[in-house]
Design a protein around this ligand. Structure first.
Ligand code: ADP
Ligand code: MG
Length: 818
């Protein structure tokens, strides 16, 4: 058992704007416990929750400042946890902090660069690397990915559903059995045999999460995501299985509702989030207080799911993500305070070992048979008649196969018949003597002297009878115990079957393994056969792009107008830079991989040649030795030495290149997944933008037929005013200008990367768009009802024409104002 308090780490996010001096300082040397001091500027301190403290100090295990790399975070925080999970302990890493402080960046990673990959992909990579290295055990890895939003759980890994909203995903519910074990009904577990498969699952979940998010639910900031790696290990031949779970948790934004200042519907939702974090806090307070018997885990789904991670059988680590800018200081102080409480919680992690009942039953059955034999041997009447010819033949066959069996544990089972036992000894003796005659001393030497007396059949003496009677009594008791144990196991197995029947996809989440205890393969087979569609799921995973394609709304089904509009949208989208950059990197990596592949092949054939040369040289030397009647020299000659060192060198080169190629493969795979994800996002945002353009067209315009006759834009007079109106219109049509700049330059630069499509237009901005602007005036009107929102290609080209008209006006306007 490992007793440990929850480890707390802090990570400071780089500020959006330039470094703000003097807001915080990190003291690494303070008696080896680093501390973070947050210094409140005077003006803020005055108004800060009824006291005027200016400085707050918090201790952490370690504090990672703005420049900490993802690699460093993984090495220092996640790797030790992953290490104990590999040993068989449960582990949890959770990120806590306000929205935008870097929780997702830390747990999953950034969407742009390979080097930005976060704890989950790095941990997967590490775990699979370790599993490959360790051939002493058999491992099974399963992945699950759960999202909790508004107290509802959703399975992010269900590929059968094309989620366009959270509600489309299968709902996960909590069940508790009489032993208070938590079962998560409907959460699927997917086996991952390689890092690549596991990564595919991560990206599938993330894509589902992104697609299911709408401007209204803002699930990414208001939900908790729990990515779990379930690891089982077993030594060959052993009946003991070890199970461990690693939860990697991206919590909802920790901001307090009072500070967000939102109202109406949004307020209710914000309260919900805070409610579950509030319950988390309550659990943590209860755990950090001594002598508290009741811990309110059951108040929320998240605390129920993470029950083991908080004060239970788990090694838990918290990362407090901090965005230490002036306006975020109060939230950062709350985060640090929360962490200080968390640090008081003690967990007790134990090795989760279980006896595999199938193997156990086999062993018990064997033992029972042996006991029965022994019993029969002592109690049964001694048979005196001679063995028949057939029986003797049968025995000799048994002996032959026993002697030929390479398994050191194989046994010669002849049953409870002393005549047979004696015949076996006779026969074995005969065989040995025969071997001796043929001069095989090595075997005869190993014969122990005891065997020489084996054929004497003395009657059992009184003393021996007594001893045997005692043993018999003892065995009787043992048999009773064993039979009872068997009965119990049988009952357990029946219960497990019953449970599986109730819901086959349900799994024991808290204390139990990812597959029913027993043979891991068996468990997996059960799971697959219970959900036949899951077999197909993996082929879906394999064909990632087609799945993503399906999810994004099928470009091939787009009308020409829509496709053209998509090209315009893509060109102007900020993410297209990332996609292009990644494409370039991918190209480079591909050619690097290709070149490496060629060099590896060359090295391989060179190794082959060198080996061949060495062999040839050997043969020559032997031939020379024979022809000249000389002994073969013991030491290789110089030429051979040289060949050997060349061979070693080539092997080293081969290994280095191979390792690099393997790493490249992972990087390429990751980049492809990042690009797929970016594409899905782009497509999703396009759909939103497109729908809005259609609405704009409905509201503002136009007999589209007369778009050709678009009046030139009203020039010069009041142009500043018009531009700002135009800007607001543009923004309502799905665009916003990044940064603080209002204005002319940004608006003019229609195609500049600075302009981002806005996936989440606010109702407020939509209202604005209905007010008339010069642009709208410039586009002739068409009756509202005549343009449906979605639909035929005619409408699509109407919208495209509308977009183009507006663009050309914007451009003209820019030229005019320059
Ligand atoms: P959260 O999940 O806490 O709401 P995110 O992880 O989404 O926050 O981070 C918000 C933004 O800040 C993202 O664009 C992310 O890429 C960036 N970011 C966060 N932490 C870091 C970091 N340590 N280094 C660089 N960029 C970061
Ligand atoms: Mg996030």
């Amino acid at each position: 058992m490992v007793k440990q308090t929850i480890q707390i780490f802090a990570r400071v996010k780089p500020p959006v704007r330039k470094h703000q001096q003097g807001i915080y300082s990190i003291d690494e040397d303070e008696k080896l416990i680093p501390s973070l001091e947050i210094i409140l500027p005077r003006d803020l301190a005055d108004g800060f929750v009824n006291n005027k403290r200016e400085s707050y100090k918090f201790k952490f295990q370690r504090i990672f400042d703005q420049d900490a790399k993802q690699e460093t975070i993984f090495e220092n925080i996640a790797k030790p946890v992953a290490g104990s999970v590999l040993e068989g302990y449960n582990g949890t890493i959770f990120a806590y902090g306000q929205t935008g402080s870097g929780k997702t960046f830390t747990i999953t990673g950034g969407a742009e660069r390979y080097s930005d990959r976060g704890i989950i992909p790095r941990t997967l990579s590490y775990i699979f690397e370790q599993l490959q290295k360790d051939s002493s055990k058999m491992y099974t890895t399963h992945i699950s990915y759960l999202e909790i939003y508004n107290e509802c759980g959703y399975d992010l890994l269900d590929p059968r559903h094309e989620a366009s909203s959270l509600e489309d995903l299968p709902k996960v519910t909590i069940l508790e059995d009489p032993d208070q074990n938590i079962h998560l009904k409907n959460l699927t577990l997917h086996q991952a045999t390689t890092e690549e498969e596991a990564l595919n699952l991560l990206f599938l979940g993330d894509t589902n999460r992104m697609i299911a998010e709408t401007p209204m639910n803002q699930a990414s900031t208001r939900s908790h995501c729990i990515f779990t790696i379930h690891l089982s290990s077993k030594e060959p031949g052993s009946a003991t299985v070890r199970h461990a779970k690693l939860h990697l948790v991206d919590l909802a934004g920790s901001e307090r509702v009072a500070k967000t200042g939102v109202g109406g519907h949004l307020l209710t939702e914000a309260k919900y989030i805070n409610l579950s974090l509030h319950y988390l806090e309550q659990v943590i307070i209860a755990l950090s207080e001594k002598h508290r018997s009741h811990i309110p885990y059951r108040n929320s789904m998240m605390t129920s799911v993470l029950r083991d991670s908080l004060g239970g059988n788990c090694m838990t680590t918290m990362i407090a993500t901090l965005s230490l800018e002036k306006r975020n200081l109060d939230e950062s102080i709350s985060t640090c305070r929360f962490a200080q409480r968390v640090a008081l919680i003690k967990n007790e992690a134990v090795l989760n070992e279980e006896i595999d009942p199938r193997l156990m039953i086999k062993r018990l059955q064997k033992e029972i048979q042996e006991l029965k034999d022994e019993l029969a041997m002592v109690t049964a009447e001694q048979k005196t008649e001679a063995l028949t010819e057939a029986e003797l033949l049968q025995l000799e066959k048994l002996i032959t196969s026993f002697l030929e069996d390479q398994d050191p544990e194989s046994r010669l089972e002849v049953g409870a018949d002393m005549r047979k036992v004696h015949h076996c000894f006779h026969h074995l003796k005969k065989l040995l003597n025969d071997k001796k005659i043929f001069g095989n001393n090595t075997v005869s030497n190993t014969v122990s002297s005891e065997s020489k007396d084996q054929d004497c059949q003395e009657p059992l003496k009184e003393e021996e009878y007594r001893k045997l009677r005692d043993i018999l009594k003892q065995r009787d008791n043992e048999i009773n115990i064993l039979v009872n144990m068997l009965k119990k196991e049988k009952k357990k197995a029946q219960e497990a079957l019953h449970l599986a029947g109730m819901d086959r996809r349900e799994f024991r989440h808290s204390q139990s393994p990812p597959f029913p205890p027993g043979n891991p393969e068996e468990g997996q087979r059960m799971r697959l056969s219970s959900a036949p569609s899951q077999a197909q799921d993996f082929s879906i995973l394999g064909n990632r792009s087609s799945l993503l394609h399906k999810k994004t709304g099928m470009r091939e089904e787009m009308s020409l107008g829509r496709q053209e509009a998509f090209e315009i949208f893509k060109r102007d989208h900020a993410d297209s830079v990332t996609i292009d950059d990644n494409k370039q990197i991918l190209k480079q990596r591909f050619s690097e991989a290709k070149a490496l592949g060629e060099s590896i092949n060359e090295a391989r054939s060179k190794i082959g040649h060198l080996k061949e040369e060495i062999t040839q040289r050997h043969i020559q030397q032997v031939a020379l030795g024979i022809s000249e009647n000389m002994a073969v020299p013991l030491m290789p000659d110089q030429q051979e030495e040289k060949l050997r060192s060349q061979l070693e060198e080539e092997k080293r080169r081969y290994k280095t290149m191979f390792t690099r190629l393997k790493a490249l493969k992972v990087e390429i795979e990751h980049l492809q997944l990042l690009m797929d994800k970016a594409k899905v996002k782009l497509q999703k945002e396009f759909e939103v933008w497109w729908a809005e353009e259609a609405t704009n067209l409905q509201v503002n315009s136009p007999a589209v037929n007369s778009l050709d006759h678009t009046k030139p834009f009203l020039q010069t007079s009041d142009s500043q005013h018009e531009q700002s109106q135009l800007f607001s219109n543009k923004s309502s049509g799905g665009w916003e200008v990044q940064g603080q700049g209002t204005g002319r330059f940004d608006v003019c630069d229609v195609n500049a990367r600075k302009i981002l499509p806005s996936p989440c237009p606010s109702p407020h901005s939509q209202k604005q768009s209905s007010t008339s602007t010069p642009l709208e005036d410039s586009i002739p009107k068409r009756p509202m009802s005549s343009i449906p929102l979605t639909g035929d290609s005619q409408t699509d080209s109407d919208i495209l024409a509308f977009i183009k008209a507006r663009q050309s006006i914007l451009q003209k306007q820019c030229l005019g104002s320059n």
